[in-house]
Design a protein around this ligand. Structure first.
Ligand code: NAD
Length: 258
């Protein structure tokens, strides 16, 4: 097993589930120490990531709150000597038409899916610059590049993440710090299962509901998987990926080729 990231510390927000957990496992397998974050009982997830032998911690910051993000970065500095790889992954969804969209859900989605990326980035960047190496990887979405009905806040936030990624990519362009976004299509996680369950609740057969969800948008008719996203993150952390800067990289079964 090669461990190109040994000695590096990665912070993955929202890594107690789904895509964030998949990315954390790939980074740990490549030798990185891991700071996990997210809601729920983290003990099983910590044990899963610890199997690769690196140092593993969990910070319970609610990333909708800038003060808790600052506390998490202070913990990273104190316990791990800072963050070398920042994966801004935490995100939520809410589906409703614009005129019915609950204002507090709009504010929360913007805070979690967009503003948290700004706060974690501004607080991590000075340490990366001081060490002369860093990687910032923002989990955006195909919805950072195209819209879908009912997803006003999510689509606005993800478009914002891609804009922020471009600016940070430019501001770090002459350094060994890079900033990129990855744009998954459908990945079968709790966030998407909820949207499948909403279809099942209308009387559609579960297999059919899953097929319909894919068929509407994703030409491959297959879900993207968290390990595939983990491998893309490893590439962006590698020397070969060092001139990918400010990019929004699709990994979407063909969604955006249409
Ligand atoms: P998920 O619901 O499985 O996991 C979300 C994670 O974020 C969990 O660990 C949760 O505890 C954490 N989280 C939620 N709110 C938080 C908060 N306020 N503070 C800290 N942690 C919080 O979702 P997922 O599908 O794995 O989504 C992860 C990211 O991938 C999101 O940014 C999402 O927008 C993006 N994404 C998902 C898909 C997909 O099809 N699942 C596609 C494209 C992009």
């Amino acid at each position: 097993m090669t461990t190109p990231l040994s000695g590096k510390t990665a912070l993955v927000t929202g890594s107690t589930s789904g895509i964030g957990l998949g990315i954390a496992l790939s980074l740990a397998k490549a030798g990185a120490n891991l700071i996990l974050n997210g809601f729920g009982d983290a003990s099983a997830v910590i044990a899963e990531v610890q199997q690769f032998g690196g140092k593993v911690g969990h910070h319970p910051a609610d990333v909708s709150d800038p003060a808790q993000i600052a506390d998490m970065l202070a913990y990273a500095e104190r316990e791990f000597g800072g963050v070398d790889i920042l994966v801004n992954n935490a995100g939520i969804q809410h589906v409703a038409a614009v005129e019915d969209f609950p204002v507090e859900r709009w504010d929360l989605i913007i805070a979690i899916n967009l503003s948290s990326v700004f706060h974690a980035t501004r607080l991590s960047l000075p340490g990366m610059r001081a060490k002369g190496w860093g990687r910032i990887i923002n989990v955006a979405s195909v919805h950072g590049q195209v819209g879908s009905v009912g997803k006003a806040a999510y689509v606005a936030a993800k478009h914002g993440v891609i804009g922020l990624t471009k600016v940070v990519g430019l501001e770090t362009a002459t350094s060994n710090v890079t900033c990129n976004a990855i744009c998954p299509g459908w990945v079968l996680t709790p966030l998407v299962q909820k949207q499948i369950d909403d279809r099942i609740a209308t009387g559609v057969d579960p297999q059919q509901a899953q097929h319909d969800l894919l068929a509407e948008k994703q030409p491959s008719l297959e879900f993207v998987t968290p390990p595939q996203l983990g491998e893309l993150v490893l590439f962006l952390c590698s020397e070969a990926g060092s001139q990918v800067r400010g990019a929004a990289w699709n990994i979407d079964g063909g969604w955006l080729a249409q």
